[in-house]
Design a protein around this ligand. Sequence first.
Ligand code: 9G3
Length: 581
Amino acid sequence: MLKQSQYLIPTLREVPSDAEIASHKLLLRAGLARQLASGIYSYLPLGLRVIHKIQTIVREEMNRAGAQEVLLPAMQPAELWEQSGRWEAYGPELVRLRDRHERRFALGPTHEEVISSLVRDDVNSYKKLPLNLYQIQTKFRDEVRPRFGLIRCREFIMKDAYSFDTSWEGLDRSFQAMFDAYTRIFTRVGLNFRAVEADAGSIGGTGTYEFMALCDIGEDTIAYSTEGDYAANLEKAEVVYKPSNKPKQDVPPMEKIHTPGVRTIEQLREALGVDAAQIVKSLIYRVDEKLVMVLVRGDHELNEVKLKNLYDAIDVHLASEDEIRSLTGAPAGFVGPFGLDTQKVEIVADNFVQDVTDGVAGANEADYHYRHVVPGRDFTVSRYADLRNIMEGDDCPRGGGKIAFARGVEVGHVFKLGTKYSKPLGVTFLDENGRSQEMVMGCYGIGISRIVAAVIEQHHDENGIIWPVSIAPFHVHVIPINAKVDEQREISEQIARELTADGWEVLYDDRSERAGVKFKDADLIGLPLRVTVSDKARDGVVEVRVRRTGETHEVEIGKLTAFIRELWPNLDGASTANAQM
Ligand code: 9G3
């Protein structure tokens, strides 16, 4: 049992104002961690006990899935990143340094290159595959805006695993094993989570899933079906398009109108008395080197990831004012798909633009728009595609139900890499016919330190943290009301020793603080159970209190251990079950 008077748990009544969200405030107030610099944290004893318990669960499930633990360096030679072509691809987020010989290194934000070079040099027969190697290690990513405590740091603990197979079918099996292990891990740590389809991003490949812990402060939006089990992050969610069966009304010829200073959708609606759905928004983008005009309906949002994937591009960003003016002769807000040189710009449109009737669009002249615009009659596009963000109320792309939104924090990410790294880094094996083949890879990440924050977000009340029993820093808080009363102190120590002997992890609050202070700290630290020793101990009775529900029980001291064993299995309550969103 640990005596709180000797244990470093610097609880706080108040926190720095930059701690905006509950989990950030509680992380600091409960004495779990301290910020050293922006996005860089020290884990104090209580916080580290939680980290260790999460790591133990992750190790158990990774080992059960047949993965082998390694530990890779944080310092990575630049040459490896040049071979994979990523040294230039990343900007200031990649922490770069020079060693004493002026050789260039990166502090590892991830380890595809490192693990690939390790396997390349030491594995070359199909007999050694499949292979899954993982590590739990500090990652470095120089985020432009670290925030929300452990949710977005510049130095954080990640479990990253990499699978190597002889074929795509093999990868599918490795991927499924990891997917199932992740489901068990996030369930065991007490998170309410969903696996959502995600965009493969720059890392490429298909079949990418993010494991999202549901919480309102989450930066990611999840689109899920109110009926089926479809869930995708906003970047990825496909929008199903069915041509509208509305009869084409006959529309008068397109007419240019003077719209001085009217540039936003809102202003256009006011000025022309049209619905946003009648407006054709024309956005001009640089897609790698190309200029592209993208058309979306006024009541929809362009999804830049879908645009990037349409062109399989590396970089996509809005064109500058100058580029817009030189291409169309007009400033942004007055541009449209009319009379443009299709050698200079390609015009693409979201599927729903083809339903616009009696539309409004920029006239490529300052302070002028066209009305009575009809797609196909008054302008043509090189192609229609799914380019908009899905919206709440849209039909679910996979069968029944409507789409609803939830917010989440990404705590896991699983990718099918294929040969994205094995090709440039030459990670090959000799197959049964002695032919050299590239290994087929997958990679799998879990944000260990981020889980701590996500769990606190999902499990707290106004008095403090409510730890799931599986990762609570201790199990039972033993608190004498008045440490000055010998009898209360002796009975508390006896109970602490007995519970410890019975296998519980006990935090004994032996401080000579007032009872109120000790109870406030106990609620803040949030251990699942609290045993209070008062003058009732004289009659052989102590109070057991369940942190999650607040329920209290008067228990005979002789029956305490048995009582706690009885209570234990359902201390987590329903809240950690994977409740419907
Ligand atoms: C970088 C920097 C930041 C990065 C990356 C590279 C994210 C980068 C994606 C991954 C993919 C998977 C293995 C574990 C699971 C995630 N941010 N990613 O590659 F240089 Cl500065 O990390 N890696």
